[in-house]
Design a protein around this ligand. Structure first.
Ligand SMILES: [Zn+2]
Length: 193
């Protein structure tokens, strides 16, 4: 079996996307895949011409853009690199948390104490028995629906200080699909430095 690796560039909707090409004796059809890091790979059999393979890519352009941007938006390491500094991200997170807490607390009416944004190693948020809420400074780099879930999660601990059925019922009042959000959050490979 022989393989050829080439880097090629593709322009879709004004975005230049790099992809790896593999031509293989063994593969039977043209296939495109997007890795978790948002990298694109095209593989096709020897008997298929380059032109045919590339027109296949063009036909799949919309799907490719969607997959690549999904993967990139979920790659926190990538997002934090494009931000100028951690300090800026921390400020954005503080503003976001204050606004979203105010918004969601309309539905709960709890009293919270201090809000702290910190560089937590492995948690997105926590709630203390004194009613202090802590959030990870990278929160603002997450997709909004996920940061909202985290805000609501900690807020609801003011009403229920455990992860009982009662607690999840509180969360579900404003985030009915909290299970899905929790799953999505687990899938994010984060490297908090
Ligand atoms: Zn919790």
């Amino acid at each position: 079996m022989q393989l050829i690796h080439m880097k090629e560039k593709l322009s879709i909707g004004g975005q230049l996307i790099e992809y790896t090409v593999q031509r293989s004796l063994r593969s039977r059809s043209i296939s495109i895949s997007v890795t978790e890091e948002g990298k694109l790979r095209l593989s096709y059999p020897w008997r298929v011409s380059d032109a045919a393979a590339h027109s296949f890519v063009q036909k799949k352009a919309e799907w490719i853009l969607k997959k690549v941007s999904e993967a990139r938006s979920l790659d926190l390491t990538h997002i934090s690199l494009t931000r100028s500094t951690g300090a800026r991200l921390k400020k954005e997170t503080k503003t976001l948390v204050i606004l979203r807490l105010q918004y969601f607390n309309q539905f709960y009416g709890y009293t919270y104490n201090k809000i702290t944004i910190r560089n937590q190693k492995s948690r997105w948020g926590s709630c203390s028995k004194k009613g202090n809420l802590n959030f990870n400074y990278k929160l603002a780099a997450l997709p909004a629906e996920l940061s909202d879930y985290i805000v609501v999660h900690e807020l609801c601990h003011l009403g229920q200080f455990d992860h009982s059925k009662k607690f999840w019922e509180l969360v579900a009042r404003t985030i009915p699909d909290w299970k899905k959000k929790r799953e999505e959050l687990r899938k994010i490979r984060i490297k908090i430095v």
